[in-house]
Design a protein around this ligand. Sequence first.
Ligand code: BG6
Length: 412
Amino acid sequence: MRHNAPLIVGIGKGFSAVASDVLGFIDWTNKAVFLEDDSVCLLQREKIDVRSLNGARRNFEVVELAEEMSSEGKESCEHYTLKEIYEQPEAVMRVLRQDPGSLTLFRKQLQEAKKVFFVAAGTSYHASMVGKEYLARNMGVYSEVILASEYKSYLRWFDDETVLVAVSQSGETMDVLEAVRAGKERGCNVLGVVNHSPSTLERISDTVVNLRAGQEVGVAATKSFTSQIALFYLISKKGVDRQEIEGIAEAIREAIKEEKAIKRIAETIASGKDLYYLGRGMNYPIALEGALKMKELAYIHAEGLAAGELKHGPLALIEKGVPLILINPLDESYQDTISNGMEVKARGGMLIGVSSEPNAIYDYFIRIPKVDNQHYPLVTAIPMQLLAYHAAKLLRADIDKPRNLAKSVTVK
Ligand code: BG6
């Protein structure tokens, strides 16, 4: 029986299967039935019978799952997470394959809305923070980013003049679904951004865009993050052409090539207890994401900080040898972030600079290619992911299935 949490039936030759994610049976059959909520299903070897709670027969549709839903295995990678990090250039290119009509519709509804709220959790929340910046810079649209589990504080602003941009890789995160249902009850227009299809968020949204990043098996989100950011960029900025997206994909490839250097730096921080990430403007959500990746994958206490906040408290944490990652691309925040780095150095902190520009204050330097200011979040995300991956590997953590975490949290 399905109630609230996702439940899917796989129909195969001589067998039927039930799972909470198509991943459970995708290697044996690509024929699936996505049960409606409050359905009871009787499975037999080669046939199923679906009923509503009062026993009435329910029609069901057997859908053929898209090729990219299948997990093609790890290929030559030791972990799905690493494979999915390497897949980001292609995944970002796939974002381009959006139906221009739904992008225009998305943009129009954002432009016309009186109030715009992003609603998301985890990594999708950090991507939404970058989305907020793109809407402001490229469309002049003001928006708020809400932590899905905290949506109740914003309910009074949920009405028929409100657009909710609900962002969820899985499309099944309970906090996001609950916020969306509360919004719909109050007349909000819901724009869903998902990677998993079909999914509940896709079903209950008014307009949907699918990332097409492909199946993401690693519990820690990686390629869905950069695909979400690329999508928000595409929605906010008219006239983004193939050449520009190919340029972004190439820059991501360049950043991945620094893996060896990043691995060496991971060796210096893996034995540490506390780690801090610092960023300004669009780099601040990347600092939060870097810290989240280190917590999720390597179980190291890590904190993402807005660089300007350093002097208002966190600087007290900095003493000799405390590692701090300074996300400092050559954009409008460069000089201010360098001075924050100097404050950390002055207290003996160990500074790891992420930039296209080396600087004497860095104890360690992670090179990223120089790109357009608005493209940096798509590039700086890579060293954040690889640093956490290699620290986790050194600490022999269960990288694809970190302890205590799930790919989608379908309960409150
Ligand atoms: C967590 C995942 O369960 O949910 C994170 O471990 C993810 O990686 C978060 O970012 C939100 O998931 P979703 O599917 O709503 O984007």
